[in-house]
Design a protein around this ligand. Structure first.
Ligand SMILES: [Zn+2]
Length: 442
């Protein structure tokens, strides 16, 4: 048995009954939180003690929609300007993902995973595409996840854009990885069934995906009405809206993640609510692609579970949170709107989404829950308590530095020094060499 005591910190539990404990302590026994309380009450001997003075102790953050593979596009110059979102896909992402080889998949995952440790993001729900290197791609990414010690849910993005054979290969890649995860029952890895989006999926492929996933206790991870063109396509070709189509096909449900939902109507919100489907908001990506602003206020009023993702714009969940705060003010021309709805996405709903797959309590510090914990240096300039915490999170803590990151009771970074047995600089050199070759193929 190994024990770690984090003491003298300001413990913030998050969860639906968020508590702030000054001079707080968290005792970790092996992989789990054994006890939370006031520092003076912990008088035993422990294998390791971490002094969290002037630090806020929080559960690690969860990123509910991510694409590791986008890493190697950073700095790529020779991209024709896109006129709209469909053009962004054609001129950038679909050109890029067709060129990815398995080694690119590995390094492009390792880089943001290392960064996630530094930003305090301990669980990532990824969505992967490499249509000419499908088979084995999820294992490659899983090996990167394994090396970093973080948690991830992986899936392969099935679409018809590269023909039947590649769509079928994508279905097989999902099934292989889902079955492996089910057999291993390892809390480091979970699997979903990845689908690209309504406008790149035929009815036949949707049917095949639903048939293949049957009985595997999984859900789908799919982009939904990210741009208006997804709706136009569904109406033109299927005479129904995107969410209606996915519902009819059997895609929605409590384990399914519908990313974006920028262009959905009231009836579609009702379907998402009735099917208990999770929605993930990605404001930075939506701003960047100029596709619009998802009405997460209306969605939450309806009772939909709306979480926060980054769509690969960053692994820093607090940066994403801040963008979400501002964009709803601008979109609704109202500087007071949406604060609680935005805050809920990260501090409450991402944990609720994660618990559809993990049953170890991630996202909330509580006795018996997995010890996924971060420490952030912070000197509150105003009273810091349960009533003021969200203001501190949005306007102060979000500007602070993550000092220590732990997953399952294992320290991955302490005092800002990575402790995962790999050299970040070496990994970046290797990634850069591969990216240069990838850019030549682009
Ligand atoms: Zn995405």
């Amino acid at each position: 048995m190994s024990t770690i005591l984090i003491k003298n910190g300001t413990v913030v539990t998050l969860g639906q009954n968020n508590r702030v404990i000054h001079d707080g302590a968290v005792l970790i026994e092996n992989t789990k939180i054994k006890q939370i309380g006031n520092s003076p009450d912990f008088t035993g001997t422990y294998d390791k003690t971490i002094d969290a003075k002037n630090k806020v102790v929080l559960p690690g953050f969860i990123n509910a929609h991510m694409h590791f593979y986008s890493t190697m596009v950073r700095g790529l110059g020779k991209i024709e300007p896109a006129v709209d979102f469909a053009d962004v896909l054609k001129k950038l992402w679909w050109k890029l993902d067709r060129q990815l080889i398995l080694d690119d998949c590995y390094y492009s995952a390792l880089i943001p995973l290392i960064d996630a440790i530094k930003k305090g993001t301990t669980t990532l729900i990824d969505h992967h595409a490499s249509p000419f290197a499908v088979t084995g791609s999820l294992d490659k990414i899983a090996s990167a996840v394994k090396q970093t010690g973080l948690r991830a849910s992986l899936c392969y993005e099935v679409s018809d854009r590269d023909g039947n054979d590649i769509a079928d290969e994508g279905i097989r890649e999902n099934i292989t990885f889902i079955e492996k995860c089910n057999a291993q029952n390892d809390d480091q890895f979970k699997a979903l069934f990845g689908l690209h989006a309504s406008f790149t999926l035929s009815d036949k492929t949707l049917r095949k995906a639903v048939d293949a996933a049957r009985g595997l206790n999984t859900g789908f991870h799919i982009h939904v009405a990210e741009a208006a063109s997804d709706q136009e396509h569904a109406l033109k070709h299927f005479n129904m809206r995107v969410v209606e189509r996915l519902h009819n096909a059997g895609i929605l449900g409590p384990k399914t993640i519908a990313a974006h939902c920028v262009h959905i109507d009231e009836n579609e919100r009702s379907i998402l609510k009735d099917t208990d489907t999770s929605v993930v908001h990605n404001p930075q990506s939506n701003i960047n692609n100029a596709v619009g602003v998802a009405d997460i206020i209306a969605m939450q009023k309806k009772g939909i579970r709306v979480g926060l993702g980054t769509d690969a714009m960053t692994v820093n969940m607090l940066e994403e949170l801040r963008q979400a705060l501002w964009i709803h003010h601008l979109a609704q021309n109202n500087p007071s709107v949406g604060f609680m709805e935005v805050m809920n996405t990260l501090t409450v709903n991402n944990a609720r989404i994660a618990r559809k797959y993990w049953d170890n309590g991630i996202g909330e510090l509580k006795e018996g829950h997995a010890a996924d914990i971060i420490l952030m240096e912070y000197y509150p300039p105003t009273p810091f308590n349960e009533n003021t915490f969200l203001g501190h999170l949005g306007f102060g803590l979000s500007q602070s530095i993550v000092d220590t990151t732990m997953v399952d009771g294992k320290i991955l970074m302490e005092n800002r020094k990575l402790d995962i047995g790999i050299d970040e600089a070496d990994i970046a050199v290797e990634s850069s060499k591969l990216a240069a070759k990838l850019w030549e193929r682009f």
